[in-house]
Ligand binder design. Structure first.
Ligand code: HEM
Length: 216
């Protein structure tokens, strides 16, 4: 089956554009839904955190799913992983723009109960999102070199997974729904570790066979 037969025209930058448009529509709906600007901003911040989370999960698990459950769908997800990752970065860019707007327009509400040290994990997350996005293009990938690229992207994705874990975990007292978000990211981490183990065992059994999928 050809690539165009599996995913008619939804791949590459077209897929990225559609996902980004969906993020913008969800953000606009969240902003319009609430009559009070402060609540509208907070609601849109939550919505973009959730769109980011969904896109991150796909990019994070694509290689594991292709290894553990090989099928045309999981192979297509793996092939498009870069565009899901970049759409995640776009969604988090909107999360960041909304946070800055919220902090500028309502500093008393924003800083109430928040401290600069508490913002360190989120800021580190943004640094990694920037580095991962900048090095997701053929030219920058080549300039960085295979080993450094693997190290950066391997570390970055685990750091972001840890930040999602922390972000959901600290909000569990606010609503039991956050336990669902925490359970999802925790299960994704377990699945990724299982895939890594399966890949290692496969390599030990068939050391000469080239890997079909590399999990990072
Ligand atoms: C310094 C950087 C960041 C700041 C200041 C920040 C701020 C916020 C705020 C204010 C909310 C909640 C809005 C509300 O409920 O009133 C929120 C929600 C959230 N953020 Fe961020 N954020 C940052 C970075 C990140 C990063 C890097 C991630 C993940 C990689 C992330 C994931 C989340 C999640 C999962 C939620 C909960 C969404 C929900 O309600 O379901 N944030 N953030």
């Amino acid at each position: 089956m050809t690539r165009s037969a599996t995913l008619p025209s939804l791949h590459g930058w077209r897929l990225f554009s559609l996902l980004s448009l969906l993020v913008l529509v969800a953000t606009a709906l969240a902003l319009l839904w609430q009559p009070q600007l402060v609540e509208a901003l907070r609601s849109a911040i939550r919505v973009t955190a959730r769109t980011s989370f969904a896109l991150f999960l796909i990019a994070f698990l694509a290689s594991s799913l292709a290894l553990l459950l090989p099928s045309p769908t999981t192979r297509a997800l793996l092939r498009e992983r870069r565009y899901f990752g970049l759409a995640f970065a776009f969604s988090h860019l909107i999360h960041g723009v909304l946070i800055l707007t919220y902090a500028k327009l309502f500093p008393e509400v924003f800083w109430n109960g928040r401290s600069v040290p508490a913002s360190i994990p989120g800021s580190v997350g943004y640094l990694f999102i920037l580095l991962l996005s900048l090095t997701s293009f053929p030219r920058t990938m080549k300039a960085l070199g295979g080993r450094a690229w693997k190290l950066l992207h391997g570390t970055g994705t685990w750091v972001l997974a840890a930040i999602f874990c922390l972000s959901f975990y600290k909000r569990i007292p606010m609503s039991p729904w956050y336990a669902l978000g925490f359970a999802l990211i925790f299960s994704a981490i377990v699945l990724k570790l299982v895939a890594k183990l399966a890949q290692r065992l496969r390599r030990e059994v068939q050391p000469t066979r080239a890997p079909l999928v590399t999990t990072r």
